[in-house]
Write a protein that binds this ligand. Structure first.
Ligand SMILES: Nc1nc2c(ncn2[C@@H]2O[C@H](COP(=O)(O)OP(=O)(O)OP(=O)(O)O)[C@@H](O)[C@H]2O)c(=O)[nH]1
Ligand SMILES: Nc1ncnc2c1ncn2[C@@H]1O[C@H](COP(=O)(O)OP(=O)(O)OP(=O)(O)O)[C@@H](O)[C@H]1O
Length: 228
């Protein structure tokens, strides 16, 4: 009896992970196609690279308990949006919104929620665009609409978030305020860097057809470049 119960539970977890793996695989194929299309057909590719993961079952249970739910498969299906996760890294913030538009245009993807932590960064300085989508996964028993979390970031935002994840994210609230302040300052520096690199890109594009004087004036980049 106990064995049957455990087997049933194990199977439920296995199915949960399998379905989310299929959802990640499906989403990766679509994004890899876009990536390859840009490499083949266009002279600019907004996608720098893509990473993905299916959340580890221990992490699923830990997260459910952290947010106040029993660590069950049912609760994971109902309350977690990030069991299947994709991360798209772009060079510039503008690319993030271009890629988002392409995702939005896929008619069989349902956009469930968009959290724009670029327009409104988290208090600690975290920036990214989070998109929760629902994608059809076809099994022998029928179609299962499955949620995937897509995080879109610049290389700079990803650098900050990856290091911060290691240092602090899981221990929020337990870290001294000096560390929080330092992390926020680093996030601000990184945003400044992103803006400057984007201005450089616009300047380079402008210089293809205009004089330096025109471009510097048009782009209001005097403060960055005049002293250099
Ligand atoms: N490094 C880092 N990653 C973050 C931070 N906030 C969110 N994330 C990432 O984004 C994911 C989802 O975060 P949110 O969109 O804030 O989701 P939420 O509504 O706060 O709830 P959760 O999905 O339960 O975390 C997390 O699982 C992390 O991978 C942060 O402050 N630092
Ligand atoms: N959407 C995603 N796409 C790709 N990788 C991700 C995604 N979300 C998290 N990761 C990465 O997966 C690894 C494991 O993360 P984990 O699932 O333990 O936590 P988390 O999702 O970042 O945080 P939380 O548990 O608070 O939601 C980390 O390196 C994390 O950066």
């Amino acid at each position: 009896m106990v064995d049957n119960y455990l087997n049933e539970e194990t199977l439920e977890w296995r199915e949960l992970l399998m379905i989310h793996k299929f959802a990640v695989d499906e989403m990766r194929t679509r994004l890899n196609n876009l990536d390859e299309e840009f490499q083949t057909m266009h002279d600019y590719n907004p996608i720098e690279h893509i990473s993905y993961r299916v959340k580890n079952p221990d992490r699923i249970r830990e997260k459910l308990e952290r947010i106040g739910f029993d660590p069950t498969v049912e609760n994971a299906k109902e309350h977690l949006f990030d069991v299947a996760g994709i991360r798209i890294i772009c060079a510039f913030t503008a690319d993030i919104f271009d890629v988002f538009k392409m995702i939005e245009a896929q008619s069989d993807l349902k956009i469930l929620q968009v959290k724009d932590y670029i327009a409104a960064p988290k208090e600690n300085g975290y920036k990214s665009l989070h998109v929760h989508v629902q994608i059809p996964v076809y099994l022998s028993k029928g179609v299962i609409e499955t949620r995937v979390e897509i995080q879109l970031r610049t290389i700079a935002m990803d650098f900050w978030a990856s290091v911060e994840h290691k240092l602090y994210y899981k221990y929020k609230g337990k870290s001294p305020t000096t560390i929080q302040a330092e992390l926020k300052e680093c996030a601000d520096l990184i945003s400044e860097l992103d803006n400057r690199m984007y201005t450089l890109k616009k300047l380079i594009l402008c210089l293809e057809n205009n004089s330096e004087e025109v471009c510097l004036n048009d782009l209001y980049v005097d403060e960055y470049f005049k002293e250099a």
